[in-house]
Design a protein around this ligand. Sequence first.
Ligand code: PLP
Length: 823
Amino acid sequence: MKHTLDHIAGVIGSPSTADKRVIEQLLLDSRKVYATATALFFALKGPRRDGHQFIPELYKKGIRSFVISTPVDAAAYPQAAFLLVDDTQIALQRLATYHREAFNIPVIGITGSNGKTVVKEWLYQLLHSRFNIVRSPKSYNSQIGVPLSVWQINEHHNLGLFEAGISQPGEMQKLEAMIRPDIGLLTNIGEAHSEGFAGRSQKLKEKMLLFAHSSLIIANGDDEGVADVINASGKRKILWGKKEANDVLLTGIKKEKNTTEISLKFPGEEMVFSIPFTDDASIENAVHCFLVSMELGEDSQTLVRGMRSLQPVNMRLELKKGINHCTIINDSYSADLDSLEIALNFLDQQTNNSKKTVILSDFLQSAADDGNLYPFIIDTLKKHRVTRLIGIGEHISAALQRIAVNETELPVIELYASTADYIRQFLSLQFKEETILIKGARVFGFEQIVQLLEQKVHQTVLEINLDALVSNVKAYQQQLKPSTRIMAMVKAFAYGSGGAEIAGILQYHKIDYLGVAYADEGVELRKSGITLPIMVMNPEVTAFESIVEHNLEPDIYSFAMLHAFQGFLENEGLQQYPVHIEIETGMNRLGFAVDDTERLADILAASPLLKVQSVFSHLAASEDPGEDAYTMGQYARYQQAAANLSRIGYPFLRHISNTGAIFRLPELQLDMVRLGIGMYGVDSAAVHQSWLQPVTTLKTTIAQLKQLKAGETVSYNRRGVIERDSLIATVRIGYADGYSRKLGYGTGKMHVRGHDAPVVGTICMDMTMIDVTGIPGVQEGDEVIIFGKEIPVQQLATWAGTIPYEILTGISQRVKRVYFEES
Ligand SMILES: *Cc1c(COP(=O)(O)O)cnc(C)c1O
């Protein structure tokens, strides 16, 4: 189905146009531009950002079709078409609704608080060989995610799987119009994400709106609230569970070591199947998938086989350091067009290498390929400026051999029949300073390729959840006025999380400013492609040259520094160089005294060499309510200094808040805040910790297990005396990794298989011994969590008698950093 612009104008209610250009992609995010000629950009208005402001940038990139709600000067954009509507989000949803109505295919609508994505992906795994399925990419289930999902439906599809997620009342009705599910599936409704709702029953009622036009609802009927509303709906339903009143009875759950056998009793027959999972959430999700598949007429033998081979849903995209200065993106879990697009967007976010290689297996859609699949993939890779493609598999090889390769345009292409073939011919020198996306269906075992390309280091890793980082930044943004900017503090290797990687993500998410401690840190960021403005808090005279060479902005905190820098600029013949002025208000660290600010203002006003970007001060105790009087005194002194400095005759940004002040003292937010540890999931004031997510997890593994008898001793100086017969594990982390010796002798604990295991004896340089007595199933090689969700870094800091800042920044460089994104 082809949509032309004039036709779309009619659908979304904008003044008619005669423009017949064809639209294929809907574009909402100015960073995800790749196909320009056929894309239609919707200028959405959010609380902090207005899509209209990106129109010039998008026009420059080649976008020519726009939906807007604020008129623009069309004369400034030759050849561009603008469709004017009242509300661009509503227009987007109308278009999606219209598109959906054009297809008469069965659609499953999935909502609930937990499990939506897993159920959707499992249904895909179970049904994709029988149906041509269109489904929400990742967990695109929001007011703008659903339109994009629905927009993907085309003539080839004969089944749709769409998720619907809501955060406040009034949203579901709009999602329902776009999804129009025939079968409604309500997954676990839990307590999660209740913020926007008055209570559980309101949330449930709202979710039920998704099924307004469905002919069947499937849900777990053991939940009384759920059973009541579904029964009251008068619709056909399949309620399942242990309670007698259900339509399908869950009569047995037999958990083995790695599998669970599930028995269901239908009217008239009993069915038994196994899944390769043992947790309760998976069992519930599996029953939902089983019932939906039965309803779609799946043959029961095939279904039982499918259930047995369900794969974990791993939406993670991992970023690792590779051999020869490469960066690796590991996506060796799936190969389909939707997830390819997501992975390529992730690839686009990496700024450090210009060479991009993609290693790709046969695609799942190969079977139904009409000859267009691989040319389409090549085209997509080109749009994302991929420079080399390594294709592995028989389908991809055969298909690509048929495509005429135009050397100048297409990426370099290498083809191999199988993973084993590729590994046999693998040469590490073929890879150098590039970003490599490894993407393949599970059966191809691409994790072997990941292993070859990965930098081999110490087994202890610091995992960094980039989604959690972004979510934390958003949590802070929500507390700020829309006009207040954020300077993200990425000093000290971004609090141990990795400067370039973290800065790259922040740049992608359009943070306003970065702050580092020393010039070298800023230089590293520039070398990895960071173009955001960067403030250097502690510039040294010896670093002026590299500061200027890399366009970094020094913090000028004394007259001596001021004169030195001015002298340098004069010698270099530079003018209007951006700087920041720090005021001493009570931290007693760096800064001009308030009393000196009038004199400073006169010098700055007369100097053509410098351009003051901002004037700031640092709070000594913003996280401590007991010191609020002191903090407010600092604030008053700062305001005085800023008022004195306004005599320089041009505007500058004002900022004083760090993490501890943003949530607690919103009146101090001014023009900008400097966000540090909060980004990494630690509320230094510990009042709104629940608004944040932990970002980093430090983990290692068990190297050896030993059974020791009472009276034996462990580690140096025999200070770890065993009091009862014990099982002791040696784990691969020590003080050289940043695990403080203060955590020895039972003070610190590590997390193994769901249990806390105390440290025994003295901590060694590279190893630590922990007591794992009585932890069921513990084995050598097991994962051991040092801190993360299970043991908050704050807890570890308390044990070690320090603060989370020191723990995070003290993790040594030999610990490998692994970055990942999940939906
Ligand atoms: C480190 C630092 C921050 C960030 O502090 P957090 O408590 O981590 O938010 C802000 N401003 C200055 C001057 C800093 O040195």
